[in-house]
Ligand binder design. Structure first.
Ligand SMILES: Cc1ncc(COP(=O)(O)O)c(C=O)c1O
Length: 378
């Protein structure tokens, strides 16, 4: 129940990747036969990933992760356009791959606007318009949030960006394979996705770059990936990503069934007293449910669920020395103590109604037990 963290690699993806480790192992930059074979595999893969996004093959750059794609998009645009302007607009609920990149650029002389969201976690396109200045060089707003699953009005923001001629990036890491993606109807110039969220391998990402959008490379070297991202290509990873992208397109209709399981999960869990759904009731990812339980901490819930063999996640970024409430939950207006009582359950292909029933049947006892022990209980 933690598919938004990562997924098992699909057996069909593993099968597609296997020959590219020891048999078809050539360096795609080598001119001899096995090199050319690897090059062909990459170019076929590029087409398949482009098809998932409604993009052209030449607009796809392979990277090492969703994080790298976000970094490349934001730093790449920022440094390329430094002479034109220094202002970047993003939202306050972005993944850290975007948020920390913008924070870093803030230390390098760029001005960053972090747009607020409403209590359901949605950015208002009018706020984007109001934030624009003559110095704005980039807008970056995520497609769907990884914690609370809210889907942003990307098309509307895309129209504003296009009208003003400002490059628009979206982090679609959580929407690939869950919502139909089309870069033209979204109106984006840059879009990040990651293979391991769509039953592909870890350590491979894609940045879609619209033709005519220019970036400063962030890795310099042999000039791979049209000189935008030097590094010998991860051929098995890219081939696996492409197979996962093909499967994701085929399986898109199945997301309706996953949404049905999610609705049944939400209905069952909200029977618990003083429990709430975080995020928007309908504008949310088909696989995402994020709850808040008054008087308890998400970490204790996780540990108790783990003891029952259920993998889940909490809104809190927790380390052994600090307990920081999630920036997303704070941004939707939760008090820090409420932000600590959150639980994210994200469904995927392997989940069944039995899994949902199991969670719904054991969660009330766990919540009651923790509430009895909690100093926060009234
Ligand atoms: C919205 C979002 N962006 C970016 C990332 C980072 O992707 P990767 O794990 O491939 O670096 C994630 C991963 O959780 C994510 O959910």
């Amino acid at each position: 129940m933690d598919h938004s963290a990562t997924c098992a690699v699909d057996p069909a993806v593993v099968e597609a990747m296997l020959p590219y480790f020891s048999e078809k192992f050539g360096n795609p930059s080598s001119l001899y036969a096995i090199g050319r074979q690897a090059r062909r595999a990459i170019e076929d893969s590029r087409q398949k990933v482009a098809d998932l996004l409604g993009a052209r093959k030449e607009e796809i750059i392979f990277t090492g992760s969703g994080t790298e794609s976000d970094n490349l998009a934001i730093k790449g645009i920022a440094y390329k356009n430094r002479k034109k302007g220094d202002h970047i607009i993003t939202s306050s609920i972005e993944h850290h791959a975007v948020l920390h990149t913008c924070k870093f650029l803030g230390t390098q002389g760029f001005n960053i606007t972090y747009l607020p969201v409403n209590k359901e976690g949605i950015v208002n396109p009018a706020d984007v318009e109001r934030a624009l200045t003559p110095k704005t060089i980039l807008i970056s707003v995520m497609h769907a949030n990884n914690e609370i699953g809210t889907i942003q009005p990307i098309e509307e923001i895309g129209k504003i960006a296009k009208e003003k001629g400002i490059p628009f990036h979206t982090d679609a890491v959580q929407t690939a394979g869950k919502l139909a993606l089309n870069v033209d109807s979204l109106g984006v110039d840059l879009l990040s996705i990651s293979a391991h969220k769509i039953y592909g391998p870890k350590g491979v990402g894609t940045l879609y770059i619209r033709k005519g959008t220019f970036l400063e490379p962030q890795l310099h070297g042999g000039g791979h990936e049209r000189n935008i991202r030097s590094s010998t290509e991860n051929v098995p990873g890219i081939v696996g990503f492409a197979r996962a992208a093909e499967l994701a397109r085929e399986r898109l209709p199945h997301e309706q069934e996953i949404a049905g399981l999610r609705d049944s999960l939400i209905k069952g869990v909200l029977e618990i007293k003083d429990s709430y759904l975080n995020g928007h009731p309908t504008k949310r990812l088909p696989n995402n449910a994020n709850f808040r339980f008054s008087f308890i901490e998400g970490e204790s819930l996780l540990l108790n669920l783990d003891m029952k063999g259920i993998a889940a996640s909490t809104g809190s970024a927790c380390s052994s020395t600090s307990l920081e409430p999630s920036h997303v939950l704070l941004a939707i207006g939760l008090k820090p103590e409420d932000a600590h009582g959150s639980l994210r359950l994200t469904l995927g292909l392997e989940n069944t109604q039995e899994d949902v029933d199991q969670v719904v049947s054991i969660l009330p006892d766990i919540v009651n037990k923790l509430r009895m022990m909690s100093p926060l209980t009234r």
